[in-house]
Ligand binder design. Structure first.
Ligand code: FPP
Length: 259
């Protein structure tokens, strides 16, 4: 039923928002922002709506956030849309979430193409329903020449499984003489992860007041700045993203050293 909701008109930013964007762009913008989009269920519950209504509303926020991230000059935006643990949820909810990429990309792919956004995905593709994978792969293909923001969906993604798989590949390459044990270092290990083509996130955002990582990019977030907010994902606005960037710009990143 929620698929019939109108998804909103062409994205336009108010002059206040445009001013804020320009102000923030005077300082370094995080190159890679990762978001744990949490609180869709609670958002729906507060309105006595089914949980899936929260996911649908959350999808609209994905669009707004993507467009703003692109305007800000963020290079990559990784969104945790479905974890390897989320299969434990009720079947109807899982099926609903797995339909969202089709709906989202069915509606917004032309806008993403027009705005030079490149779609990518990390996660285990082989367990995804064919229709979900097809929608994502079509978007990846149609945006592959774009060189603006990379919109990276973490779908059926789990960090521990990713690390174990990387270790298995390292062992295999070592056994086959492709990799010398003595050459293995952090950069080389990173190249075995699903995120090999991405720089580690500079900023992690998690909504809904939960202060945990939930098996998300455990290796990659080692030196990221974290920004948590009580705001539920469907209520996450452009101003919230700007606030997170502003806080990020005030942090001093030392990467274990001293200034
Ligand atoms: C967590 O909130 C949210 C999810 C597991 C799903 C996230 C999916 C979206 C925001 C839509 C993704 C859109 C596309 C285009 C793929 P929760 O359900 O755990 O919320 P709760 O903690 O309040 O129950």
């Amino acid at each position: 039923m929620f698929n019939k909701f109108r998804l909103g008109k062409k994205q336009e930013h108010s002059s206040t928002l445009r001013d804020k964007i320009e102000e923030l762009k005077k300082q370094p913008i995080p190159e890679h922002v990762a978001i744990i989009m949490d609180g869709n269920g609670r958002w729906a519950k507060k309105r006595a709506l089914p949980r899936v209504a929260g996911h649908h509303e959350g999808m609209k926020v994905v669009r707004k956030t993507t467009m703003l991230a692109n305007k800000l000059g963020i290079k990559a935006l990784t969104l945790y849309a479905f974890s390897t643990e989320n299969w434990k949820r009720p079947k109807n909810e899982v099926e609903y979430i797995m339909r969202l990429p089709e709906e989202f990309l069915g509606t917004f792919l032309p806008e993403l193409v027009e705005n030079n956004v490149q779609v990518k995905m990390i996660g285990y593709k082989n367990q995804l329903p064919v229709h979900t994978l097809h929608a994502i792969e079509k978007a990846i293909e149609e945006t592959k020449e774009n060189n603006g923001l990379v919109l990276n969906f973490a779908l059926n993604y789990g960090s521990r499984a990713e690390i174990i798989d990387a270790v298995k590949q390292v062992l295999n390459d070592s056994k086959n003489g492709i990799l010398n044990e003595t050459d293995l270092n952090e950069d080389i290990f990173s190249s075995y992860l699903m995120t090999s083509e991405f720089k580690d996130p500079d900023l992690l955002i998690r909504t809904s007041g939960e202060i945990r990582l939930s098996n998300f990019m455990l290796w990659q977030l080692a030196y990221s700045e974290f920004w948590f907010t009580d705001v539920l994902w469907p209520d996450f606005s452009e101003n919230h993203l700007l606030e997170a960037i502003e806080v990020f710009q005030k942090r001093q990143r030392r990467f274990g050293g001293i200034l």
